[in-house]
Write a protein that binds this ligand. Structure first.
Ligand SMILES: C[S@@+](CC[C@H](N)C(=O)[O-])C[C@H]1O[C@@H](n2cnc3c(N)ncnc32)[C@H](O)[C@@H]1O
Length: 382
């Protein structure tokens, strides 16, 4: 993290701040997860006719539809691997006999709603981490997120995951620890998406806890975005790494923020999610402007880009420069592909020269930066 430093900012907690001027496309962070778990349901098991993607339970790469038994877990039908190497890595770390038995137990219990099943998977992975890697577990405990007292959901999940004696660790099991772990997962987990499809819903294949990326605060007009290349064949065992790049030039001392969700969401939806899921009220420049639209119009803005710009003219915002950043952001940095809503950032500079190729962080599309204009306002790319 040579280009960023951790700083404490009042009202925002820890934050990452540029420790030098940053260039568009520059790689700011490569981060490996301390913990990663599947987002797929445990039960009921998928029916044979249902189309379900399968992923390696270690590196989360897509697997072919028929899985050779040679690379499945020897004891359960829940873990499949892309190679014997991934299998032996997992059997010694993330898919220990305790995890295997716990997942089988959860699968045979009465089905929970999908989001609770995913939380149960997280808790099994987290308690396993406390035994196999106490230092990573301590890192997890140091992340933002505390729970005063366990609520009903935490108690239910706790009783389920503690039905097997816990793996030997210095930390033990308790409803309070379970509640704190769930809070940390909620505030800090990053979703690795399933392969992009224009017709499908955006869905997550796995969630990961990334110790350094957890320090990024949110902004509704982010100056950085994160990429992952889970299905890359040349990732050298680092398929679940995430890479954060600057979207545009950033001056020294400026906070680096990601958007915690797609940037096209409207004001009230963003505020709702930030309050419910992350516990804060966003007061970023974009929210300050859009709060006025809501006040003056009595309704939230539409998600459509044209509406955004018309609305701005209609309400006659006094500070003209305020409407500029987000109209420009949508034009230049939002992916146009149907159902994508990804963010574009330039490829990394080569020998200090900025790249004119923009990459989408959701669908992976590469395109030439059409906003590059010559003196007459004509696009250089024609
Ligand atoms: C992934 S953590 C980010 C790092 C966190 N600030 C810390 O101290 O560890 C997410 C939490 O940071 C805080 N946060 C993130 N963005 C914020 C913002 N724009 N304004 C205020 N707080 C924010 C919220 O408490 C949120 O739940």
């Amino acid at each position: 993290m040579s280009s960023m430093a951790v700083a404490e900012i009042e009202g925002r907690g820890r934050a990452l701040v540029a420790s030098k001027p940053l260039k568009a496309g520059e790689i700011l962070l490569r981060d490996s997860p301390i913990l990663i778990y599947s987002a797929l349901p445990l039960n009921p098991p998928p029916l044979p006719h249902q189309h379900h993607h399968h992923y390696c339970s270690n590196c989360f790469k897509s697997l072919p539809p028929s899985i050779p038994s040679a690379v499945s877990c020897p004891s359960c039908s829940l873990a499949h691997f892309c190679s014997p190497t991934c299998r032996s890595t997992a059997l010694a770390s993330s898919h220990t006999p305790w995890v295997c038995q716990s997942l089988r137990l959860l699968r045979s219990s009465p089905p929970l709603p999908h989001d609770r099943q995913v939380q149960a998977r997280f808790l099994v992975a987290a308690y396993n981490l406390s035994a196999v890697s106490p230092s990573d577990f301590r890192t997890l405990l140091s992340l933002q997120g505390t729970e005063e007292s366990p609520d009903a959901a935490a108690r239910l999940l706790h009783s389920l995951v503690s039905s097997l004696p816990p793996p030997a660790s210095e930390f033990g099991f308790s409803p309070e620890l379970t509640a704190a772990l769930l809070a940390k997962d909620k505030l800090n987990a990053f979703g690795l998406m399933e392969p992009f499809s224009e017709d499908g819903e955006r869905s997550v294949r796995a969630y990961g806890i990334y110790p350094n990326a957890s320090f990024f605060n949110h902004d509704c007009l982010p100056n950085a975005c994160r990429f992952d290349y889970v299905d890359a064949s040349d990732a050298g065992g680092f398929n679940t790494n995430i890479i954060v790049r600057a979207i545009h030039d950033v001056p020294h001392g400026r906070e680096i923020c990601l958007s915690y969700f797609p940037v096209n969401l409207n004001y009230s939806e963003r505020q709702r999610r930030l309050k419910e899921d992350y516990g804060f009220t966003c007061a970023c420049d974009r929210c300050k402007v859009e709060a006025n639209w809501v006040e003056e119009e009595g309704e939230a803005m539409d998600e459509d880009d044209d509406e955004v710009m018309e609305d701005e003219e209609d309400v006659g915002i006094e500070e003209e420069e305020n409407d500029f950043p987000h109209a420009y952001f949508f034009l230049r940095y939002m992916c146009e592909r149907k159902n994508c809503w990804g963010t574009l950032a330039p490829l990394p500079p080569v020998n200090g020269a900025p790249s004119s190729v923009m990459e989408c962080n959701v669908c992976g599309t590469l395109k030439n930066d059409e906003v590059t204009m010559d003196g007459d306002g004509d696009s250089l790319e024609g």
